[in-house]
Design a protein around this ligand. Structure first.
Ligand code: PLP
Length: 383
């Protein structure tokens, strides 16, 4: 037997309590039992999304919510600003182009943070901009973009909506939907919500509903109004992912019990320890100091070591799955996830396995320094 550890930023580990809830026999979705569960999940999602506005839940992966935001907010030919500094920003641009939008492309290196000043300038230069689209937590790079600052800019534009992909932000970093003026914020089940893949959710502000009323892009499965009119009756327009909704309620109760602030603080601590541990091994952090999220720690593969072999050895020999780099960074970076159901010893385990793997692959370093640095972070303030 080999014990397996899933240390990726999605899918993420699922707590036993959630798995057990999902092992119950299926119930019918047009019943008071399911309606009660569904109402609870919408209320819990409002809590994690920090909104009093509407929240819609889809049976889809996160990309479904991304596509819904575009199809429900715009008309063909509308101009949008897409801020992209990673794979998921690239995907936003692809979706916008697929729907025939005119894209003002604010493109950055994956190691850079989106500069809100560029967004301000682009908004000023083109008064017809109908949307600004940004990824809060870029899972491909670990970069955290300042959606609060961008929210402050877009708030002053009555006909422009701010669409935020916070799929690995929610539950890991602060994301104050209402307070920061974020019109659409999306999340997905297999990330901070500690569930298997298959659910996506988004918030919809009043301004976003006005954009919806004006929008003429075609939509059917992801038509927000279909969902909203059903949410009001505690149900869904199509067959919901019943099992996942039951699991979601258990996960949301766990988050409420810990408290959202404490959940975010735990992620900050885990991220701090992962970074300290990697740096102590001589690995260079990929994301810049001014924009590091809490969901994932990407590091450069050290010179002379085969990056793909690190990921493969970790998985095959030690049972630890981490993520490699995507697109241009395949084989060049490693990404250690610590999003959702993670505790201190998950970081220690991952670092220990990484140290053993690096030693096996001939990297020259002093073994033990990584876990020592992480331990020091965990012991801080514990007297
Ligand atoms: C995971 C993720 C998505 C959605 O991906 P799916 O595979 O469709 O669930 C979108 N944006 C970010 C930043 C993500 O991490």
């Amino acid at each position: 037997m080999q014990k397996k550890y899933l240390m990726t930023p999605g899918p993420t580990p699922v707590p036993a309590e959630v798995l057990l809830a999902m092992a119950a026999p299926i119930i019918h979705h047009r019943t008071p039992d399911f309606s009660a569960a569904f109402a609870e999940s919408i209320s819990g999602l409002k809590y994690v999304l920090q909104t009093e506005g509407d929240v819609l839940l889809f049976a889809s992966s996160g990309t479904g919510a991304m596509e819904s935001a575009i199809a429900n907010s715009f008309c063909p030919g509308d101009t949008v600003i897409v801020c992209r500094n990673g794979k998921f920003g690239d995907r936003q641009k692809q979706i916008c182009e697929t729907y025939g939008l005119r894209v003002i492309d604010l493109r950055y290196e994956w190691t850079q943070v989106v500069d809100p000043a560029d967004v301000a300038k682009a908004l000023e230069e083109d008064p017809d901009v109908r949307g600004v689209i940004v990824t809060q937590s870029e899972t491909s790079s670990g970069v955290l973009n300042d959606v609060r600052a961008i929210g402050g800019l877009v708030r002053g534009c009555p006909d422009t909506v701010l669409i935020v992909d916070s799929i690995t932000g929610i539950g890991a970093v602060e994301c104050k939907t209402d307070e920061w003026g974020l019109d659409v914020v999306m999340t997905g089940s297999q990330k901070g919500l500690m569930l298997p893949p298959g659910l996506a959710a988004c918030s919809v502000s009043e301004k976003a509903w006005r954009a919806y009323e004006r929008s003429t892009l075609p939509k059917f499965y992801f038509d927000w109004k279909r969902y909203q009119s059903n949410v009001l009756k505690d149900t869904t327009p199509f067959t919901p992912a019943v099992t996942l909704v039951l699991g979601l309620n258990v996960a949301l109760r766990m988050i409420r019990e810990e408290g959202l602030e404490a959940v975010i603080a735990r992620h900050a601590r885990l991220a701090g320890a992962a970074r300290a541990g990697c740096e102590a091994l001589g690995l260079k952090l990929f994301a810049p100091l001014e924009g590091r999220g809490n969901a994932v720690t990407p590091v450069w593969v050290p010179d002379g070591v085969d990056g793909k072999a690190i990921v493969k050895t970790l998985k095959d020999k030690h049972g630890v799955t981490i993520a490699g780099g995507q697109d241009d960074y395949a084989g060049r970076i490693l990404r250690i996830g610590h999003l959702g159901y993670f505790g201190d010893f998950d970081i220690i385990t991952t670092l220990a396995a990484l140290e053993m793997t690096l030693a096996e692959l001939g990297y020259d370093f002093e073994a033990g320094l990584g876990i020592k640095a992480a331990e020091a972070i965990f012991m801080e303030g514990q007297g």
